[in-house]
Design a protein around this ligand. Structure first.
Ligand code: ARG
Length: 440
């Protein structure tokens, strides 16, 4: 089938290959979302008296059929199709003849692609939020179980002060809960409808029910001014990818800790063997490749974010084909993040703590600060207490764990972790995640 914009002279194959690039693959993934957008638009065309209710029924039936074929993997976008929008319009015209030719009234691929992308990102962000929350919950479980297990806390990678394995885990749990908030914020930014802006300047004559269409597609509102829509391209993706980067940044450091703690030198944790890989030459090796690639995901996301940050900048207003590339950067980012979350969710529950090794690492000098603060309790000014503690470092002993932990008074310190406070934060997002998942 020919291109939508072809009016006679055929475009050269090379131009198609160059301008489509990899976009057709990403558009294959967008097909269901462009079908959803098309349903919304078709409904709007009835309100605008372009289609009759009977015609809408016919279009809906064709789209139902097409959806099933898409779900079965029977529909793909080929480079010569140019994009998913063309595939869908052509399918309607093949099936419905003259009626199919009406569907593009009052829309442009420019507002279509953004509608589909927003619908896609919305769904992905919710799934990513769900998995991020699940990971935080696994870490809360560690927090609960291991807050009695004294472990060194490090600064500069030097033993610094007593911590617990539970407190180590809760740091990541709490950050992930904050990352879920960032995902939700991104979701809210994305959840507005561009439909009706057409190529970026609205359309004359048609009274498109933009708000009604937005509501039917589950958007909380619409981008009011037509010119906003194309200016938001790159920015909306940036909201999403920035939130993903936050998740990946947290997991990057978690992975790094685990790789370090798993070394023979530390020996604090053992990684599940089924998530380690071997060496082709060294028979004894069990390598933490999964964690290393999980850690590297952060850097890959930054590269995608770099495109989003720079590509739209300095472009004059309105649509430019350059902007096509923001789509794949955003889509690749969500798929990458889902993979990252899957890796961590599979691996983390199998991590075991070597309690004896961890206890052994809790050496007396870790309690030097505690010694100084004990002297403060007796009325010595801190700087003097610090010097006294420094002078008696040699005699410093490690107290029994309960005693060491009993000295802490504030919430969130060793022996005082509060997984329930993090769970409360996660619960605040649970209804949103559930409601949005039901929409699917
Ligand atoms: N594939 C295009 C994109 O993602 C769709 C919009 C095409 N619009 C155009 N005027 N060529 O940007």
């Amino acid at each position: 089938m020919s291109k939508l914009w072809e009016k006679g002279a055929g475009a050269e194959d090379w131009v198609t290959r160059f301008t489509v690039g990899d976009d057709y693959r990403w558009d294959t993934l967008l097909l269901p979302y462009d079908v959803a957008g098309t349903r919304g638009h078709a409904w709007g065309l009835v309100q605008a008296d372009v289609l009759s209710t009977q015609e809408l029924v016919q279009i809906e039936e064709s789209l139902d059929q097409l959806s099933e074929e898409i779900e079965r993997g029977e529909v793909v976008v080929r480079p010569e199709d140019e994009d998913c929008h063309t595939v869908i319009e052509n399918a309607l015209t093949t099936r419905l003849g003259e009626l199919g030719k009406k569907i593009h009234t009052g829309r442009s691929r420019n507002d279509q692609v953004l509608t589909a992308l927003r619908l896609f990102l919305r769904e992905q962000l919710v799934e990513i939020a769900r998995r991020t929350a699940a990971l935080a919950e696994i870490l809360c479980g560690f927090g609960e179980r291991y807050d009695g297990l004294l472990m060194p806390g490090y600064t500069h990678l030097q033993r610094a002060m007593p911590s617990t394995a539970g407190l180590w885990a809760m740091g990541y749990a709490e950050l992930l809960a904050a990352d879920v908030s960032a995902l939700r914020h991104a979701f809210d930014q994305i959840n507005v409808s561009p439909l009706g802006s057409a190529a970026g300047y609205s359309v004359p004559y048609l009274d498109l029910p933009r708000e009604g269409v937005a509501a039917r597609l589950g958007f909380t509102g619409m981008q009011v001014h037509a010119t906003t829509v194309q200016l938001s391209r790159g920015k909306l993706e940036l909201h999403a990818v920035h939130a993903l980067v936050q998740v990946a940044a947290t997991l990057n450091r978690l992975a790094s800790d685990l790789v370090l703690f798993n070394t023979a030198e530390f020996g604090f944790v053992t990684l599940p063997a089924e998530y380690c890989t071997g060496s082709s030459i060294m028979p004894q090796k069990q390598n933490p490749d999964v964690l290393e690639l999980a850690r590297a995901s952060y850097h890959r996301l930054l590269a995608e974010m770099q495109i989003l940050l720079t590509l739209p900048a300095n472009l004059p207003g309105g649509y430019h084909r350059d902007l096509q590339l923001t789509k794949e950067a955003a889509m690749r980012s969500t798929l990458l993040t889902l993979d990252l979350l899957e890796a961590m969710t599979r691996l983390l529950p199998g991590v075991t703590f070597d309690e004896a090794r961890i206890r052994e690492a809790v050496t007396p000098e870790l309690f030097a600060t505690a010694d100084a603060l004990r002297r403060v309790q007796l009325g010595v000014p801190f700087r003097d207490a610090y010097r006294q503690a420094a002078a008696s470092l040699e005699e410093q002993e490690a107290p029994p764990a309960d005693e060491a932990l009993a000295a802490y008074r504030t919430v969130g310190s060793p022996g005082n972790v509060r997984p329930e406070l993090v769970r409360e934060k996660l619960r605040a997002h649970a209804a949103w995640i559930e409601n949005e998942s039901l929409r699917k």
